[in-house]
Design a binder for this molecule. Structure first.
Ligand code: NAD
Ligand code: SSN
Length: 498
């Protein structure tokens, strides 16, 4: 069955609800253009065709959005948890009702396959339902006193105005993971959406408004050329009290340096370079399925994608051939095409990087088992490389593309050292049926998240985030709510007895 939407002049992206295509920023609940009227183009990565425009918002537009979020915080912080839970529950229902349109927007601007896009839309909705519950769980504590005649309490309060900088690789799920706790805790936000994928973000904002979220709580800035100035404003303006960024480690460091001037609370979900280890005692089918789930999601453009795949010498050839057989069955093409399993990459430079990593590995002795070449425009054929050396570029930086690089190892000690030899530590995976080894390796891997006998870890209920240069702070789970709150101590004395 083809997933191509029915396109007309009035409904150029073929949405069931064409009013979900919003081509404006949002300030104080109003759809706005840039103050100077400038726009930038949004393209379909599969064809390079322009699918619409968005305002090239400016520094003064951004300052206006920040002021509105600041003013709105004064009242929004006083709303009850039950009221905010209701807004989030309505919002969740509206996203569920419009999953197909959200998936269509993801395919149009990010390029994902239809199956991947539907999975992302569903994943996005799950954050709203989780954080609807979290709105009711912002409990403080009572603490036994060590000072006579006093009592200690803590209360959780919203941190204030948040700057949310979201990436293009999960245009629905990442904004949902950040605005869920903003709404649950009573914060307000200015959201800088990526120039590659603004429409999915803006459709979700439209649904938030329809769910009853008050004007001024969620404000959206769209920009392309003005990115650096706006990024700086959002991380230096004193009215902003928290910054949450998902993107590259390079940009995360710039933003953290900016934010240090006013000591903002920060969450950074940055690059990964995930090791995936297949031990000699792994169940082969589980290991192959887990590797595919981890490596090829979003055509490899996921921060938790396996990047270095270490396979024990004793099962190396069997594993390599089983993985290659599965990858040969993938179909690459525009995300709406029938049977397409993997869409194009987001940019030409992303496809160039995959080619660079393949060429480098081959020049150092790797063999191409499948793929190893580009498709139409930004597309890259899912690739399996065998006999990859530990000296290749991909050992030091994530490919962020559909390249499975198989590296041979002989001992557990050796492979743990290789896996941990990285500046980043977001996710790590391994496959083994030995329960002692499962605990030993899970505890030894220097990462924020471990998948043992699975390649799929992402859920709204888990504390998602890394260590080392993969950043700090967690998203999702109760930890993800805590990131948007501050703990205030109240010590209550009693009247002195005469
Ligand atoms: N952790 C993730 O989920 C994630 C997402 C996207 C990209 N990446 C990493 O980044 C690499 C390159 O992707 P890219 O070319 O989009 O990366 P990039 O570093 O240019 O940009 C990453 C994100 O940061 C934003 N950004 C860039 N400069 C900014 C600034 N000065 N102020 C504020 N925001 C800014 C961009 O809009 C984008 O959303 C990928 O190969 C991958 O390693 C990681
Ligand atoms: O790539 C960033 C996040 C992906 C995920 O939540 O699984």
């Amino acid at each position: 069955m083809s997933n191509w939407p029915k396109i007309t002049k009035e409904n150029p992206l073929g949405l069931d609800d064409p009013t979900l295509l919003v081509q404006n920023g949002v300030i104080n609940g109003k759809k706005v253009n840039a103050e100077d009227g400038k726009t930038f183009n949004v393209e379909d990565p599969a064809t390079g065709k322009v699918i619409g425009t968005c305002p090239e918002m400016t520094l003064s537009d951004t300052r206006r959005a920040i002021q509105v979020a600041h003013d709105t915080f004064k009242t929004f912080r006083t709303t009850t948890p039950a009221q905010r839970q209701q807004w989030l529950a309505n919002f969740h229902r509206l996203v569920e009702d419009n999953l197909k349109d959200i998936a269509r927007l993801i395919v149009w601007e990010n390029g994902k396959s239809w199956t991947d896009a539907m999975a992302e839309a569903t994943y996005a909705a799950s954050f709203l339902s989780w954080f609807a519950g979290e709105a009711l769980r912002s409990n403080g504590t009572t603490i036994p006193c060590s000072l006579p005649g006093t009592r200690n309490f803590t209360v959780k309060q919203p941190v204030g105005v948040c700057a949310l900088l979201v990436p293009w690789n999960f245009p629905a799920a990442m904004i949902a993971r950040k605005i869920g706790p903003v709404l649950a805790t009573g914060c307000t936000a200015v959201i800088k959406v990526p120039s590659e994928t603004p429409y999915t973000n803006l459709a979700i904002m439209e649904l938030a408004q329809r769910a009853g979220v008050p004007d001024g709580v969620l404000n959206v800035v769209t920009c392309e050329a003005n990115l650096q100035d706006i990024g700086k404003e959002l991380t230096t303006n004193p009215l902003i009290k928290k910054v949450s960024f998902t993107g590259s480690t390079r940009v995360g460091k710039i933003l953290a340096a900016n934010a240090s001037g006013t000591l903002k609370k920060m969450s950074l979900e940055l690059g990964g370079n995930a090791p995936l280890i297949v031990f000699e005692d792994a169940d082969l089918d589980t290991a192959v399925a887990g590797t595919i789930a981890s490596k090829f999601r979003g055509s490899g453009q996921t921060c938790v994608c396996a990047n270095r795949i270490y396979v024990h010498d004793a099962i190396y050839d069997k594993f390599a051939s089983a993985l290659a057989d599965k990858v040969k069955q993938f179909k690459v093409g525009p995300g709406f095409d029938e049977g397409v399993t993997h869409g194009p990459l987001i940019h030409m430079r992303q496809a160039d990087k995959v080619q660079e990593h393949v060429d480098d590995a081959v020049s150092k002795g790797a063999k191409i088992l499948v793929g190893g070449k580009r498709g139409e425009r930004t597309a890259y054929f899912p690739t399996v490389l065998a006999d990859v050396s530990t000296e290749c570029l991909l050992n030091g930086e994530e490919t962020f593309g559909p390249l499975a690089a198989l590296i041979r190892f002989k001992t557990e000690e050796e492979v743990i050292a290789l896996a941990n030899d990285s500046e980043v530590g977001l996710a790590g995976y391994f496959f083994s049926q030995d329960s002692d080894r499962i605990w030993r390796v899970a505890e030894a891997l220097e990462v924020g998240m471990v998948g043992a006998n699975t390649g799929a870890i992402s859920q709204a209920v888990i504390p998602f985030g890394g260590i080392k240069e993969s950043g700090y702070g967690k998203e999702g789970a109760h930890e993800g709510t805590e990131e948007y709150m501050v703990t205030k101590l109240i010590t209550l004395g009693s009247r002195i007895k005469k």
